[in-house]
Design a protein around this ligand. Structure first.
Ligand SMILES: CC(C)(COP(=O)(O)OP(=O)(O)OC[C@H]1O[C@@H](n2cnc3c(N)ncnc32)[C@H](O)[C@@H]1OP(=O)(O)O)[C@@H](O)C(=O)NCCC(=O)NCCS
Length: 194
């Protein structure tokens, strides 16, 4: 069984990546909008997308953090990915909440809904004291997601893995968070995952 739990929200299923996601995931991460926002190289390929999916599954196994495949509950379409990220980088601020959605699906609040679930999981299950988001200042859509989730700007930091420009570090503390069950929009994991 995967260390990555399956959770549901009002409109979404958050589940481990599966081999069958590869076509749809490749289309998302090779879209011009996502490539530009994440500064992925022009040659970012299906093989790179597969490695990315495997990386998220691996992080769940090794660290108990990772991003979920975010799927539309009604139609089963892969909408993107979202979740927690704790990479092995000395200058990383802590457990990050991250999100990337299919550009065709932007503007429906899916990133917000999935990330809300990730924040709850980060505080209530992983037990983080604070959660971070690491966002380039040019990425206004991502900053808007962070702000809607109650993250506040901490500082700009030039990260070793991306020296071209500083990232903004955003944080939300545990003490600003209402744990389950006060937030009924997200259901706790159940054995069936539904
Ligand atoms: C960052 C990213 C995930 C944001 O996607 P998004 O769809 O704009 O974000 P949300 O899911 O929060 O949706 C917000 C929009 O949905 C609208 N919305 C519609 N229904 C909604 C609902 N039920 N709940 C909340 N918002 C809703 C909001 O009003 C808002 O509209 P706006 O774009 O006109 O302001 C997306 O731009 C992306 O994938 N970017 C590329 C990858 C990337 O940059 N990742 C982050 C790296 S730091």
């Amino acid at each position: 069984m995967s260390a990555c739990p399956t959770l549901t929200t009002e409109r979404l299923i958050l589940r481990p990546f599966e081999e069958s996601d590869l076509d749809a995931y490749t289309a998302i991460v090779t879209s011009p909008e996502v490539r530009a926002a994440l500064h992925l190289p022009d040659g970012f390929s299906r093989a790179d997308a597969w490695i990315d999916m495997a990386k998220w599954l691996g992080q769940w196994e090794l660290r108990g953090t990772g991003q979920w495949a975010v799927v539309d509950k009604s139609g089963g379409t892969l909408l993107g990915r979202a979740g927690l990220n704790l990479p092995e980088r000395p200058d990383w601020p802590g457990i990050e909440v991250g999100w990337t959605m299919d550009p065709k699906q932007w503007g429906h609040g899916y990133a917000n809904e999935a990330a809300t679930c990730a924040v709850e999981y980060g505080f209530d299950v992983v037990g983080a004291d604070g959660l971070f988001s690491v966002i380039l200042p040019e990425n206004t859509r991502s900053i808007a997601v962070a702000m809607r989730l109650g993250f506040t700007f901490v500082e700009e930091r030039v990260m070793a893995h991306f020296s071209e420009m500083p990232h903004g570090i955003w944080r939300r503390g545990r003490d600003e968070w209402q744990p389950w069950p006060e937030r009924p929009a997200v259901r706790k994991p159940s054995p069936s995952g539904r």
